[in-house]
Ligand binder design. Structure first.
Ligand code: HEM
Length: 151
């Protein structure tokens, strides 16, 4: 009786340990893009960020062109989504300029960059992106500051 119970407990422990290992291994292999929720999630975040930027008086003066027509707003959302998708391990191909060229001559300030990051955090919170994925995305975009803010 005791033997049987212990054997069953042992088998259950081994099974649950190996299941936990498989689950964490599978999770570890998933790209940030996948963990964010794939293309719909990335497009929702990029779209939400552009909406937030255009409504943010600290930074929207930089985005007069993107705000000037629905087509320009949509094109900017699409480029930003492709950029985020590609840089988080997704299948998209970003076809815009590199970050230095895209921001040359725009006189982006450090304060403006920080304001955009704040807007991004607001959008990620709105979409209930978990802390780990939020930190990873900010860890990818944050270091672009020195390419975008050009002195
Ligand atoms: C991590 C932060 C940022 C990322 C990932 C980013 C990314 C991009 C991308 C992918 C483009 C499209 C480039 C192209 O058309 O080839 C772009 C354009 C642009 N960016 Fe940024 N950017 C960031 C921060 C900023 C900041 C802080 C400003 C100014 C406050 C800014 C101002 C602009 C402007 C004005 C454009 C052109 C938009 C248009 O007219 O369509 N960006 N950015």
């Amino acid at each position: 009786m005791y033997n049987k119970t212990w054997r069953a407990t042992g088998v259950a422990l081994i099974l649950s340990a190996s299941m936990a290992f498989c689950l964490s291994a599978a999770d570890g292999e998933k790209s940030l893009y996948q963990r964010l929720g794939g293309e719909p999630a990335v497009r929702a975040v990029a779209g939400g960020l552009v909406d937030a930027i255009l409504a943010d008086n600290r930074v929207n003066r930089w985005f007069a062109h993107a705000a000037s027509s629905a087509a320009n707003t949509a094109a900017y959302k699409a480029k930003l989504a492709d950029f985020i998708c590609q840089n988080t391990g997704g299948p998209c191909k970003y076809k815009g300029s590199d970050m230095v060229s895209a921001h040359t001559g725009r006189a982006v300030t450090g304060e403006a960059f920080d304001a955009v990051v704040e807007d991004l955090i607001g959008v990620l919170n709105h979409h209930k992106v978990p802390a780990k994925e939020k930190a990873e995305l900010l860890g990818i975009l944050g270091p672009l500051k020195s390419s975008i803010v050009q002195k």
